[in-house]
Design a protein around this ligand. Structure first.
Ligand code: MG
Length: 272
């Protein structure tokens, strides 16, 4: 896909999230919007995947470690053909396959359970090493929230991965400077984030996480480093492109009303 098509897809997925969380009556829309552009690039351009064969051994893997943002991942899986978009209407319902947090046993295309925060980098490292042992040349991508980086297990994996020379592991930090309880920099701040990953001997880049071209280029560079894991700090905005959600932490977990769904639809009109 071209950069413009990917930008439009990211907005399509954003609107899917607003609609599905409205229908479900519960969910975390704000944290979905900051990773929308990344998810669009991964699932519609970058990743080696086959929606008809979700368990394909040679596929690239993706772990949404900040699992509460799963509605955006579900939207991407539906639009990419893993299941019918109609399924999105059953988000968080007992009749559906789309859990409130990702569950690989229930949803085709999900590579790891997540939502108990902090575990994605360690799980991703295990997958990356397993693939290497099996001589499978695939990549493992992980998206971790900046608030999530307060979890200690993130740093256990951050210590281990460079020693294991896990060049097939690429971690994205969704750095929107917000977490459930407020601004990261006013709570247990991990900032400056890039310095910390660098000190753990990762290959580190900092980009605008809403610039499709920068995301693509950062992945290309990360893949060029063969003997070292990569961390890509994405500077993002929580609620991006939904006017009433942008940088408004009240939308961390909140249900849009029917009127707010319409406002979102109008805001994205012409950009989908
Ligand atoms: Mg955050």
């Amino acid at each position: 896909m071209t950069d413009k098509e990917l930008m439009r897809m990211a907005n399509r997925l954003r609107l899917d999230v607003v609609e599905t969380v409205h229908t479900a009556g519960d969910g975390h829309p704000g944290p979905c919007m900051s990773v929308a552009d990344l998810i669009a690039v991964l699932y519609f351009d970058e990743m080696k995947i086959d929606p008809a064969n979700p368990g394909w051994q040679e596929r690239d893997r993706f772990i949404l470690s900040k699992g509460h943002a799963c509605p955006i991942l579900y939207a991407a899986l539906a639009r990419r053909g893993y299941f019918e978009p109609e399924e999105l209407k059953k988000l968080r319902s007992l009749e559906g396959m789309l859990q409130g947090h990702p569950d690989m046993q229930k949803t085709p295309g999900i590579d790891s359970v997540s939502g108990s925060l902090g575990n994605g980098v360690a799980i991703g490292l295990g997958m990356a090493l397993g693939l290497r042992m099996q001589k499978v040349e695939s990549y493992v991508y992980v998206a971790v929230g900046d608030g999530e980086m307060d979890e200690g297990v993130v740093w256990e994996a951050a210590m281990a991965a460079p020693q294991q020379k896990a060049g097939n592991l690429i971690v994205f930090g969704d750095c929107n400077n917000e977490q459930s309880g407020g601004r990261c920099t006013e709570l247990t701040s991990l900032y400056p984030v890039a310095d910390k990953w660098e000190s753990f001997h990762w290959h580190v880049q900092t980009i605008d996480g809403h610039d499709i071209g920068q995301i693509k280029e950062a992945i290309r560079r990360a893949k060029g480093v063969k003997d070292c894991p990569s961390f890509i700090e994405m500077k993002t905005i929580k609620g991006k492109n939904i006017p009433y959600m942008e940088d408004n932490n009240a939308w961390h977990k909140k249900t849009p009303t029917a009127e707010e769904v319409e406002i979102a639809r109008r805001a994205l009109e012409g950009r989908i």
